[in-house]
Design a binder for this molecule. Sequence first.
Ligand SMILES: Cc1cc2nc3c(=O)[nH]c(=O)nc-3n(C[C@H](O)[C@H](O)[C@H](O)COP(=O)(O)O)c2cc1C
Ligand code: SF4
Ligand code: SF4
Length: 782
Amino acid sequence: MAIEERINNIEDLKKLRELFQKELFKEDTPRVRVCCGTACTASGSYKVIDAFTNESAKRGVDLEIVKTGCQGLCQKGPVMKAEPQEIFYQKIKPENVHWLMSYTILGGMPYRQGIYRDNILSEPVPLMTDVPFYKKQMRIALRNNGRIDPHSIHHYIAVGGYAALEKALSSMTPDEVLREVDRANIRGRGGAGFPAGKKWEHCKKAPGKIKFVIANGDEGDPGAFMDRSIMEGDPHSLLEGMILCAYAIGAKYGFIYVRHEYPLAVKNLKIAIKQAEELGILGKNILGTDCNFTIDIREGAGAFVCGESTALVASIEGQRGFPKPRPPRLSEPGGGPWGYPSNLNNIETYACVPVIIEKGADYFLSIGTPGSPGTKVFALTGKVKNTGLVEVPMGITLREIIFDIGGGIIGDKEFKAVQTGGPSGGCIPAKYLDLPVDFDSLTSVGSMMGSGGMVVMDEDNCMVDVAKFFLSFCQSESCGKCPPCRMGTYQMLEILERITSGKGEDGDIENLLKIGKLVLKGSLCGLGQSAPNPVLSTMKYFMEEYEEHIYDKYCRANVCSGMGVFVINQLECFRCGLCKKACAFDAVKEARDRYFIERDYCTKCKACYYACPINAVKIRKQRHIKLEEEFRIPSESVEIIERRAKMTLKDVLESKPLEIVTTTKDCSVREAINIMSERNVGSILVIDENNKLVGIFTERDAVRCLAKNISFEKEAIQNVMSPNPITFNSSTEISAAIAVMSRKKIRHLPVMEGDKIAGMISYRDLVSYLLPEICYMAEDIY
Ligand SMILES: Cc1cc2nc3c(=O)[nH]c(=O)nc-3n(C[C@H](O)[C@H](O)[C@H](O)COP(=O)(O)O)c2cc1C
Ligand code: SF4
Ligand code: SF4
């Protein structure tokens, strides 16, 4: 058959595939697969392609140039692969092409200059499969990205495309297709993680002849581009997944909802739909069977809320994208566009379906975790060395994604947190780096999988500022229909604005929590129901940064303006005067031998901070400056104290193991004093017959007995002790214990582990553990 003819039976598709497999991607043909995803196109991949075209024509080489979709490593674009050697090249420029032709295409050898290396000093890694970025990845949804030209249905068919459709139409009933998807337990990749099979079944069972299959390609999360890359780089895999769904649930019409800001995705989808229609893979009597299905594209105007299912339906109908209460769900009568039951899935969810049908549910279930089978695509961005698109098996740890695939933090700075789940998600701190990534584990730590945005943050990120950024996104994207979302997010943002500009007040933290919970509970749609998440999760894990902003007027990442006290470190300063030039308020003064900042004039605008070439302008906490200036405690010591104050009472007990000194209730005061003197302790714990702590007797109690003329010999300790003493659990932070001891004016603290006495800690133990300089905190108990 001629390759452009409409295919009228399944056998012909098989024959066509065999033909394409013979004709395309021949093993002995020199070939380059150049990434033409949006990022690589922006960094010049078409100029590289032009250079290859000219160079191969000049040298008379029959070079096959494949313009592929996103290959993932956007950070190092334009990227490409040379075949048959399978050599991966990064940051290719048109001027490299001459040498690439000589070395690799004609010589079969790697051209060192363009080969991937982790850094300038490390060894080059020629083979794509050895590049750390790709090593731990596994591609199901992105299986064809980087392999085929998205404008060519022939390419798609040659690499096995539409084989799942062929299998379904020739050997499976619609129910069998549905059962296979259900058995694979693929959970929706668009956010909530609802099992696709269950959703399909619900829609199939809904009454009515007209049903729609809808693909959600709105992808409004900032920094996310997973769905865009599939629509741009492998649109036929989406079409095939949608046709399989239509076949399974008995739908005849489909929509792909894609935002207007994705012009390349729209263009490539239109081309793919036209090609599939011309070949008889879409439209009436698909592949000569009685399956009919057509797909239309609906372009959205780019509102985040239009990704929400009911708003998306309104937008498809041509209405304003306003969410509606559910039920009815989309899969129920009255729920979908014009009231017809519909199935809505994310682009990535549909793109995985052909693999499930072709290779079987067992194959899919063998990847990932029992609760979240398969792979997930993430858009890895932020402070990570290798930003880009990664597809990994579920269950991989955050550490593997960020450090092994992402190459670690830029400048080898300290990792602080990773935001998953986009603006609806949460920030996960370093202590969870070894968390296996799947739907349930991310939710368990206060974040979510979401559609797959992953923003990495380092020590230079202010977590309050990060929370403000995500909240301001949701606030501006709120459709305004319901008051908790419309006004609550606004009020929360106002508080965050205040906190980050040095005007935070006592009560702000409590108000953020209160309003956040109200917005979560009282909002109509998922946007409002998740908008406070970034604020609440950063408050959960980074509360000390909020407190520093409010009470110390200090931002440890030096991100927020109007914070801290600006000083020049005289030991580092080499007196270039650039800070003085930069200061518009004449706050930087010049003395005979130094520059210094006049605090009364300083507006904390940071001009001097940015101007100093050696970072000699420091932003410090007011409290630290006071300690340094008044008590001559170096700021490094204060920082050590503050770090140690975060440790627990257990740490103190372990560092200084002490015998627990106890006595019984009926012992005399004299006996108790004798024991204290022999053991050289300032207090003794009083226990009952069951070894239960009932009181404490201290030096202070002994003095009180003396003053009141109480008989040391006759009086039982139980009558003069302090009953029911304040105790602390061993996991309590030192700072909390100090605060309570200081406020209650107590010097001896029994530490408990459940009912058991774990040890005794005195104020002096805590002070000597922290550092002698801590004495200033003890002033009020002397
Ligand atoms: C504010 C908001 C925005 C959303 N944006 C998207 C989106 O861009 N893409 C997407 O697939 N799902 C998005 N969702 C989730 C969808 O409502 C829906 O759950 C999803 O498309 C279902 O597909 P899935 O089951 O395959 O994940 C969004 C939800 C909310 C509340
Ligand atoms: S929660 Fe927010 S975005 Fe959703 S309907 Fe209400 S106002 Fe609109
Ligand atoms: S810019 Fe830096 S080095 Fe130059 S005078 Fe100011 S503090 Fe000193």
